[in-house]
Design a binder for this molecule. Sequence first.
Ligand SMILES: Cc1ncc(COP(=O)(O)O)c(C=O)c1O
Length: 386
Amino acid sequence: MKKSKQSISTKISRVGLKPSTNFGIPNPPVYHASTILYPNSKSQRNRNTQYQYGRIATPTSETFCQSIADLYNADGSIVTSSGLAAAVTGILAFVKNGSHFLVTDSAYGSTRNFISKFLPTIGVEIEFYNPKVKPIDFQKLIRHNTSLVYFESPGSLTFELQDLPGLTKVTKNNNIISITDNTWATVLGQNPLDLGVDAVIESYTKYVTGHSDVMMGGVIARGKSYDKIKSQAELMGQCTSPDDIYLALRGLRTMEIRLEKSFSSSIKIANWIANFPFIKNVFHPAIKYHPDHKIYKRDFNIGAGLFSFEIDMVDQKRVDKFIDSLKLFGIGASWGGFESLVLQADLKKIRQFNSFNKSTLIRLGIGLEDPDDLIEDLNNAFKKLK
Ligand SMILES: Cc1ncc(COP(=O)(O)O)c(C=O)c1O
């Protein structure tokens, strides 16, 4: 794969710009299309025009998909209606009746729901593995019919990192395809395709669009994996509104500064939280005392502003009081937007390898507010926990 010498900061601020073909206007136009007319009957029969139908591709979707592919040094990418739809599309491209599918136990909840509720109905054997598995033990989980492995690094809610270079040595030696969810890191944080993973899924709902108003996702891959994913997306009728795609392309240009702010504030806040006596653990892989920090230092350029912490008790009333008294944190799902968010995670029903039954896990998504204001807000709310 030929690599561009430009830094990713330069690339991300300029991808998709074509002023020379657009009256000098830097941003590309937004094409709204279902019907795309063929010039004559023969071209319709042969379908040999650049675009045939709005669902399959338009100049708008193509510009975005190419931009993301360029950033990941990939051969191509597809866009989907949400991050979950991206995971579903990527997974279905590589499993079939009789396949064995290994999935990290720390996979995002709705992805896990799809895997455990739908895939067995089409005859896929699913197996969740401990995200802390070492490559040598991971090898023992491989079966003759294992066709796909699904990673997420860091994992949702608990933020364990996986040794992607080590684990993908195993998948490659066994001719198994691997996919990872890279929503937390984004292309700025790590490029899993360079760490041996075959395909990346990302929820662009988070940092890429970044303003809490768009649902969108994508799958990015190289070589034959890309071809399979592209045709799977077409089979499933995956497509995305051109206006949302435009917002995502626009979001990319400022993503680095938004991510840097959210990330640096999260480090300050995570370190501050760690000093409270009733805090058992803070799970942020970019912090020195995180058990997987060595992997973070090796594989990541920057992290994200999403992390969790574990409170050493289970007293729902006090936890509700703590959350309800926060003034600057909205209580809600998602993250990567301009506003800080909080939620309580309940792992009991969704994890096989779970050590959080005697404590409470709170997730914070840090937005673009002043971190000192967020710390003051947390400080006031923590009083309700005592
Ligand atoms: C890590 C991760 N992956 C995927 C998704 C799904 O993305 P979407 O909400 O766009 O479907 C989410 C959503 O929160 C997520 O946190």
